[in-house]
Design a protein around this ligand. Structure first.
Ligand code: GLN
Length: 234
C-alpha cells in the first residue's frame, strides 16, 4: 500500500477519516503530497474497522481506485468506529492487482497494512497468506510471529533484504502499532484520539513526523516511539 492511516479514539465516521479531509486518503489516491515511490494509488483500496459488539474487524476492499467507489462514498458517512485502518494501493511492479492483494490483511484479530516492498525470496513460505503479493506474504509472517514481535520481525526482514521498505501499520481494536522503515509516517494526537498516517490529511499544526526506523505504539494511555535499531557501538 502506498498510503495508509489508522485511528484509535472516539468514534469517527469512515467518511470523516477517509473521504472528507482536504488531503484525505481519497485525495492521496490521486494526488499524494509526500509519496516517495509511485505517483498515484489507483490499484485498489481497503478499509477495516471494529463495529460495536463485534470482536473481529470488518473489512471492505477493492481492486479498483477509491475515487470510483460511489457505494463506499454513500455508506462511509453512516459507519462510525473507534478503531479504523485504511489504505490505498499502488501495486509494486510484478505484483497482482486483485482484491485479496489490497490491505488491510487480517488474521481475524489484527488488521495490517504495508507501505513498501520486500523481496519475497527472503520470507518463509506462507501457505495461509491472502495473496502472493509481497505485502500479504509479509503480513502472514508478522501474524505468525505475533504483533508483540513486530519490531524484531521488521529488523530481521530488513537485514535479510537491505533494499526492503517496511512501513507497517497494524490495529487490533484497542491498540495501534506502526513501523517506519524507508517511507513517511505522521502522527496526530488530539483529545478525541490519535491518528497515524503516511502523510497528514490536513494542515492541523499538531501533526508531527515520525523519524525513520521507529516502532510506534498507540494505546488509550498514549503514544510511545522506540528506535528500531540500537545505535552501533563506537
Ligand atoms: N508492495 C505492495 C504492493 O504491491 C505495496 C506497494 C506500495 O506500498 N506502494 O501492493
Amino acid at each position: 500500500m502506498c498510503r495508509h492511516l489508522a485511528w484509535l479514539g472516539r468514534p469517527r465516521t469512515l467518511a470523516a477519516l477517509v473521504l472528507d479531509p482536504p488531503s484525505s486518503l481519497l485525495v492521496q489516491s490521486h494526488a499524494p503530497r509526500r509519496q516517495r515511490y509511485g505517483t498515484v494509488n489507483a490499484d485498489g483500496w481497503g478499509v477495516g474497522f471494529w463495529a460495536d459488539g463485534h470482536p473481529e474487524p470488518a473489512r471492505w476492499r477493492s481492486a479498483q481506485p477509491l475515487w470510483g467507489s460511489a457505494s463506499f462514498a454513500s455508506v462511509a458517512p453512516a459507519v462510525s468506529s473507534r478503531c479504523v485502518l485504511a489504505a490505498v494501493r499502488s501495486a509494486t511492479v510484478g505484483m497482482p492487482i486483485e482484491e485479496a492483494a489490497a490491505a488491510p490483511f487480517t488474521d481475524g484479530r489484527w488488521l495490517l497494512s504495508h507501505n513498501g516492498r520486500v523481496d519475497r525470496a527472503v520470507l518463509p513460505p506462507a501457505r495461509d497468506a491472502e495473496s502472493v503479493v509481497d505485502s500479504a506474504q509479509l503480513a502472514a509472517l508478522v501474524f505468525s510471529r505475533g504483533l508483540d514481535s513486530l519490531g524484531a520481525t521488521v529488523r530481521e526482514v530488513g537485514a535479510a533484504d537491505p533494499s526492503a521498505r517496511l512501513n507497517l501499520l497494524a490495529a487490533d481494536g484497542t491498540r495501534l502499532l506502526a513501523t517506519t522503515w524507508g517511507d513517511t509516517l505522521s502522527v496526530l494526537v488530539t483529545d478525541e484520539g490519535t491518528a497515524l498516517a503516511s502523510e497528514p490529511w490536513d494542515d492541523d499544526p499538531r501533526w508531527s513526523d515520525v523519524p525513520d526506523r521507529m516502532l510506534v505504539e498507540v494505546t488509550p494511555d498514549g503514544l510511545t516511539q522506540t528506535p528500531l535499531e540500537a545505535s552501533e557501538p563506537a
